[in-house]
Every structure is written in C-alpha cells, then in structure tokens.
Design a protein around this ligand. Sequence first.
Ligand SMILES: *Cc1c(COP(=O)(O)O)cnc(C)c1O
Length: 382
Amino acid sequence: MTRKETRINDSGRTPSDHFGAVNTPVYRASTILFPDTATLESGAQPYAYGRRATPTTRALEDALCELEGGARTMLTPSGLSACTLAILCACSAGDHILLTDSVYGPTRSFCDRVAKRYGIEASYFPPAATPEEVAAQFKPNTKAVFLESPGSLTFEVQDVPAIAALARAKGIAVLLDNTWATPLYFNALEHGVDYSIQSATKYIGGHADATAGSVTVNDAHLHRLEETHGGLGLCLGADDAFMIARGLRTLAVRMARQQQSAHRIATWLTTCSEVAKVLYPALDSDPGYAIWKRDFTGAPGLFSIVFQKDITHDKVAAFVDGLKLFGIGYSWGGFESLALPAHFHRSFPHPGREGEIVRLHIGLEDPHDLMADLERGLMRLY
Ligand SMILES: *Cc1c(COP(=O)(O)O)cnc(C)c1O
C-alpha cells in the first residue's frame, strides 16, 4: 500500500475514462439518459440520476473513501449537513446521543433544537473527562456518542480509541467530527470510529471557495448511510465537487507548511506576557499533547489564544481589527490566515473561561510576516 501522500495524488482519478484528462471533469447533470427500457429496469447503469451521483462526485467520494479507509464515503453540501446526516443515521426517535461539550456550535444547536423535535435526546460530557467517565454517562437508550477531537475553539483532545472501545461494547455508534486533523493526520476508522465526518470546506477544499462535507462509514453502518443520505436527498453540486477534489491534491503540502508555521507562531505566543494560554495540542505544554502525540500524525494550523483576564474585550477587538494579514471571518483551512474572536455556549467550565479567546488560522504566508503582524497587534493591547 502506498503512503497517504501518494494516494492523495492518485485516488479518485481515471484519466483513461475521460479522454486522458488528468482530473475527472465537471459533469453537470440532473437527467442521465438510458439507452433503452431494459437498461433502465436492470439498474445496472452506473449513473442513473444526477442527485444520486455523477462521475465528478463519485470520483471525490472514492478519493476520500480511500484516504479514510472506509466502506463508503458520501458527500453532502456542507460540513454541518455531514454532521447532521451522521446523527440521523445513528439515532431514531426515543434514542439518546452523548456529545462532547466542545462540539462545533451548530452541531449542538441541531441536537438541542431540531433533533429534539424528532424525539432524539442529547446530553454533553466535559471534553476532559476520562473514557470511563464518558461511559458512565451512557444510558440504556444511548445509540451514539459524538466526538470532536480536538474540540472546536478550545481544542481539548479526547481518547478516541478508549471511548470507542467502551461504546462499541455497548453497541453504541461512534461518530467523530475529524475536520481539524483530516484523514491525513488522524485515521478515524482505524481508531474505532464508525462515522468519520469531514467539513471538506476547510483543509480538503483549502481555498475558501466551496462548501462540502463527507461522511465515511465502515461496513456495519453502510446501509444506514446510503438509506438516510438518499432519503434526505443530499447531494453536492458538480462544480463544488470538482473544486474540493482539486484542493485535495495539495492537502499534504499545504498542511505540512501550515503546521510548521503554526507550531512556530504558537510557541512564540506562549512567551508573550499578554497571552495566558495557547490552546494547541501540538505544543508539549498542552494537556492534550500526550494523546495527540500517540494518535495523530500531525496538526494543522488552527489554534486559539486566551488573553490574560485583565485584557478587555475592546482591547482584544483592537488587536484583531488592526491585523493586516489575518482576515476576520468564519471557516478556516484555506491558504489565508484568519483571526476570530470566539464566543460560545458550553455546559461545563472550559480552558478559555478566564480571558478573551481569539482563534487563529495560520495560512501559507511567510510566518515571519505573520508574527510581525501579531506582535504589532499585541502592542494595541496597551
Ligand atoms: C466548519 C466546521 C463544520 C461545518 O462545516 P461547514 O462546511 O461550514 O458546514 C463542522 N465541524 C467543524 C469542526 C467545523 O470547523
């Protein structure tokens, strides 16, 4: 088996099927014609309707599936719809889902507001809980545990294989939002996860120009995924699938460079007196470092800083607003650096509760320029 870096280049591409074109072209299709009634009725034609698949979307599914090492990957129009799809696959009316308190905010809102209306009950565990403490919150009707490691904005790392083993022993499905690490830096399915979820909008797309999501499952959950995805009528447009596949080819080099710059900048920020904490599992001072080191093969360029508690919101706004190389905006994983003042709702105390939090996404700019920009920003705190 070749390494992932090589598979990223080769997977989901068959130039000989497309007149030698290196990339699978954009097939814009809703209606796909059948040559005759017999073919229509046999169900043997590989493509039957654009909503279900085209060569463009199938190519991206195949590429991601090969990287994730799953039975099948299915695409959705956004990362959030990938999260909600996986929850709807694993849970039915009367079931309980246990989620990390650090889960992506809109996933939490979906559980608390929408899934609730359909009789799915959600509760949260503190992200720093031990696997045994997590398992102690399993109820007789728990059907899914939803992990995100590291978590959104505060980056707490969970012991995914240990939690997955305890869940599996009870027949509970394990869902993981693996957007931070991507399949390149964390092998979700090998670590016991049943549903590996990606917001491909982030690193996989990598250019801030398309939204997409994916859900990859093992054999045990294949039928549920196909049935639920098909039933909801989810599909990704051909142009967006093409953009995401194009981004995928450079994922490894982008992430390597962003990791290198982010590590350097995060390390420097730990020495700045205005910064109380840097939340980044790739730093050996981080509480999640040991598990990150054990389970992950890298870290992307996304982390948060917590300012000293006497630094006010207005000062932090001045820090962010004056940055020249960091845009202010949602999402991340593109080539460009971003800064986001973070506000969020949690049920349990979190590492950022004592000071203002800013999430930084380190892009492909020269790290010296980024550090100089941040250093000028720190001066605006006075
Ligand atoms: C952005 C994000 C999502 C949602 O992805 P969209 O493509 O924006 O819908 C889900 N999970 C995590 C961890 C994210 O950062």
